[in-house]
Design a binder for this molecule. Sequence first.
Ligand code: MF3
Ligand code: CO
Ligand code: CO
Length: 275
Amino acid sequence: MTEYVSVAADDRAESRSGVIKLHGAEGFAGMRAAGHLAATILDALVPHVVPGVTTGELDDIVYRMTVEGGGVPATLGYRGFTRSCCTSINHVVCHGIPGDKALKAGDIVNIDVTPQLDGWHGDTSRMFLVGDVPLKAKKLVDVTYECLILGLEQARPGNHLGDIANAIQQHAEKHRYGIVRDFCGHGVGRLFHDSPEVVHAGRAGTGPELRPGMIFTVEPMINLGRADCKLLDDGWTAVTRDRSLSAQFEHSIGITEDGCEIFTASPMGLDRPPY
Ligand code: MF3
Ligand code: CO
Ligand code: CO
């Protein structure tokens, strides 16, 4: 049985208790502001994601914009992570660590930011195409974006998390892509990673029922090849086992009375590449 609890906006409940929080208007307002900052940061990165830029330089921009926006990068110091965003290039599935590596034409890169603003976490990521990108990479990015949107179309009261997962899975499998099972979406709010776990493949009608006030991410990772991942020795970087390309998009959303609110939609309409 899934348990739900209504929480006040100032609720400091610590751990992921397994209970699903139902947030009120103040929580939605907090997430709206944090999500707006997150999306604004990704918008601002667009002209900077070009051949020759290093992922460390992009991370510096994320740090500066987060702080100027009144926030704190939630990833900075998170379980030993030392950067303000994740940069995941080509066969990197997620949690790539920004550094000295320069982007080159033909790369695809996911940039994942999570500013914490007034205690609320705006968690979002997009793919960026660096220079001219091979058609098969562009198509992977396109289909992954469509997976996210098809998933979000299932995000309404009465549906289940399995309906979101199934919509994503159907679309990815139609294209014979691998859907990563090792990482999931998650509840988000005052906690960076909260209950429930939001899977990206599964059976329709299964899993917790969606109720107004739930706030969580949907963040499918889709591979050109097999779904299997492995972790590099740095303890963070997840890559595809077969070294095939991987793509991901992420939004933070809240379930409303009749659908969902996307907190991290691009203010500039730059949700889907090419930008
Ligand atoms: N933003 C990632 C997510 O979508 C989490 C990154 S944690 C880090 O959940 F430590 F790797 F940055
Ligand atoms: Co997330
Ligand atoms: Co994220």
